[in-house]
Ligand binder design. Sequence first.
Ligand SMILES: NC(=O)c1ccc[n+]([C@@H]2O[C@H](COP(=O)([O-])OP(=O)(O)OC[C@H]3O[C@@H](n4cnc5c(N)ncnc54)[C@H](OP(=O)(O)O)[C@@H]3O)[C@@H](O)[C@H]2O)c1
Length: 395
Amino acid sequence: MKGICVLGSTGSIGVSTLDVVGRHPNRYRVVVLTANNNLDRLYEQCLRFEPSYAVMIDEIQAIELRGRLRAAGQWRTQVLSGAKALEEVAVLPEVDAVMAAIVGAAGLLPTLAAARAGKTVLLANKEALVMSGPLFMAEVMKSGADLLPIDSEHNALFQCMPSDYHAGRRAPEVRRILLTASGGPFLRTSVEKLEQVTPDQAIAHPNWVMGRKISVDSATMMNKGLEVIEACLLFAMAPESVQVVVHPQSVIHSLVDYVDGTVLAQMGNPDMRIPIAHALAWPGRFDSGAEPLDLFGVRQLDFEPPDTIRFPCLRLAYEAVRAGGSAPAILNAANEVAVESFLEGRISFSAIPETISHCMDALPAGVADTLEAVLEADRSARAVARAFIAHQETS
Ligand SMILES: NC(=O)c1ccc[n+]([C@@H]2O[C@H](COP(=O)([O-])OP(=O)(O)OC[C@H]3O[C@@H](n4cnc5c(N)ncnc54)[C@H](OP(=O)(O)O)[C@@H]3O)[C@@H](O)[C@H]2O)c1
């Protein structure tokens, strides 16, 4: 039986992970669960899965969780608090696999710790990889950790790669990667109307149920931009060899184009339990709980090129990956600040790419080959983005 640590167990990916794990009690034992604020959900998860450790970021909430568990007669779970505890639990000897499902830069340090410790890393937290790119991949190579992509597109690509493929290596027989994108809720919305869209409209994704941040990223197409950078790193591809294809039905999750003209695609319903089950069972397979794909119900598959005029975030992400160094970390941090401000109602939807573009102009890409340099780029970009947004609010 394998031990699993679920970083971000109370989020959308965390809940889907526990749904799959719960279907296979003889394959996985839940060793660690973690949350930021959602005490009620973590409490329920601790009662059901009885992990050895639970982490809440806030110490007061951790004390409350401990009290509630003890009051319910649950003494098995040791409750820890603080961001540092995330790094400690990710490398415990009884942990074989780490599901990296914290959203945003907050997931970088524990995910990197897991990679350094040679754990099997199930990577949903794309921001961690985008920020630290070559540094993260070098740690994976050094420790020999298995890095398995959870993003449905990258998981699809991984499944379509040669059978002995390991993330981070270049497969010379692969010519191109085709990364599919649903286009999000505003695929047909005009530039003028995009200026007016509200957070509630932005988080209403047509095909997927996800956390708020990634839902806004999907609406701006920054999610696809981050995924382009993620694909370049995971599959050692040049940005020119990663092509985004808008495919509104979200049935084909991505495609690999081989040098002989063969194109392999992975298909399935838009249900994150499919890539999660693939990674958990890898190199075998087991039931995910997802419905079988009904092609007669789907009837039609459409494809179109992305519109980088209406969705400039995608263009900005290509610029960042081409610039390299600290540029992806700057892009990511500026995006996190801008999305948070949009969700708080402080800036318009269109101000998200404006904020990112401003940060990328203000902070030229530097070398980012150490963790300190990555974290410094993240800090500087957040400061520039916050100042830009504050200036917009007062002018
Ligand atoms: N959802 C999807 O379908 C999907 C698909 C592909 C990739 N991903 C990626 O998977 C990651 C998670 O996405 P999600 O949709 O599951 O997000 P989510 O629903 O917002 O969940 C995020 C998780 O991270 C925790 N968290 C948030 N801030 C934290 C902090 N500062 N420190 C520690 N923990 C923190 C949250 O705890 P609380 O619940 O307590 O706030 C929650 O457990 C993202 O990187 C996303 O891009 C998601």
